[in-house]
Design a protein. Structure first.
Lengths: 291, 291
């Protein structure tokens, strides 16, 4: 399997879907601010993860583009709000000026709100599955994105600034902030593809573990990468006095944790055979990346 | 019919549902910020509108509390974000300090994000309707709340500050900012209750008209009410150089417009008979209110 080609094909499909969907213009120029961040590139990891999981279960990932791309909208809104002056106050993202730097703070708040809302709109346009399945998938996505998941994790992150937090607190924080949306992607893909309960159990564990490995790698990159490679300033965790896997365990131990967690994640896919090969490659990509 | 009792009963049901739902705590204290604004009182107009519309079509409004209360969460999130320093920069709302004044800006952004997300989660928990109907209702709610509706209207509002806008622009702005969520409430209630196409057509027109009348009345109250009655500062439109129906047409003409629009709205309900009596009373309440 040529994984690079696999990934690029799906990334192009996601980008095409998002561009096409954003051609339907709303009533104001908040659309421009929404498009600025949504169509600014990015790895499209969450939608591709959803598609690859659906494929691991035997379905065609292409069939679930609306659900997949809704996840990218949720991810993008979270970046816009996270970059705001009152939050992380970042000037650059994906190598470009952040949303509020271009459109102003008020419009950036609305662009995030608009993308979060549009995410649900688009997901509910997924038409080739049973409505009851769609209700379940979108409901679970909302749970993963909200105060039980991503938003909750970001709130914990706020509270964790300027104080030392424990390894356990850090885990809860990341399970919410980053892990929950990976779980939404993997479980969403599994449900849409009609996975068995047993498959869903194994895939959920897989998602939890790659979410953890991804976050450890993220903390490592913040100290070892360059701003060019990362497309955003490095060292921001230290600047903001944030507890990270590196600050808590040191660089070498953090590296070892990322490797072991990835191995454990891959073991969850043993029963899926050849069809899970792209999913395995994505797991490796997420935990040994340059940006 | 004792309308006051009708309204109070439903308001209590909405409040109970919201309080009960918020007992399910997420992983962080963003829940406290969410609850602060969500459980701060308020008229609960949108959920009661949904229920009264369902009743006008012959269903039991109580049956649709999850869908109804999702609308209140969307409304509340929009108020939190609207009050932010980068938006309207208001210190008081519903007679209490605004969310960011109590929890800080970053947490207020997250509280809004959390409520918007939870709104979809809760709506998708509506279990006594066909999943295909629920998908349709929640999809339409997202459309009304997003860049085609409320968020779009708020973006137009931003652009309209400090410049004179035309009556036509003002109408588009309000159709988005306020009207769209009334349409979501009325059409949502109608769909959930199994209304006919003809009924939905009449109710949609009704919703458009009461939305317009409500907004005109809102502009009137901003100049004629007191801060105590309104629970928020008066005169803020003039302070922010906002175009309003009063600034464009004068107070007397605005009053006449509100009255005529309300009459036209009521005419849309003619074929619904006795069962639409609460809906008629709500329309009158919305357009002749103290706060």
């Amino acid at each position: 399997m040529d994984f690079q080609q696999y990934y690029d094909t799906r990334k192009k499909l996601v980008n095409n879907f998002l561009e096409k969907r954003m051609e339907k213009r709303g009533i104001s120029n908040v659309d421009d601010a929404m498009k600025y961040s949504l169509l600014a590139g990015g790895k499209r990891l969450r939608p591709i993860l959803l598609m690859a999981t659906a494929e691991a279960v035997g379905a065609n990932g292409y069939d679930f583009l609306p659900a997949a791309c809704g996840l990218e909208m949720i991810h993008t809104y979270s970046l816009i709000h996270d970059d705001l002056p009152c939050m992380d106050n970042d000037d650059y993202r994906r190598g470009r000026l952040t949303n509020h730097k271009v459109f102003g703070e008020a419009m950036a708040v609305l662009a995030g709100d608009g993308l979060l809302t549009l995410a649900f709109e688009v997901m509910l346009e997924q038409r080739n599955v049973k409505p009851s399945t769609l209700v379940e998938v979108v409901h679970e996505t909302a749970m993963c994105a909200g105060n039980f998941g991503m938003v909750g994790g970001q709130a914990l992150d706020l509270d964790a600034e300027n104080r030392q937090i424990t390894a356990k607190e850090l885990k809860t924080l990341h399970e919410g902030k980053t892990g929950a949306m990976f779980i939404a992607a993997v479980r969403g893909g599994a449900h849409l593809a009609g996975a068995t309960d047993e498959q869903i159990l194994a895939l959920t564990r897989f998602a939890e573990l790659i979410g953890l490995a991804f976050q450890i790698e993220d903390d490592i990159l913040d100290v070892t990468s360059t701003a060019e490679e990362l497309g955003k300033p490095i060292g921001s965790d230290e600047k903001n006095n944030k507890s990270t896997y590196v600050s808590l365990f040191g660089l070498e131990t953090a590296r070892k944790m990322a490797d072991e967690t990835t191995k454990e994640a891959l073991a969850c896919l043993d029963s899926f055979g050849e069809k899970a090969e792209p999913l395995r490659e994505i797991a490796k990509l997420m935990t040994n990346r340059k940006n």
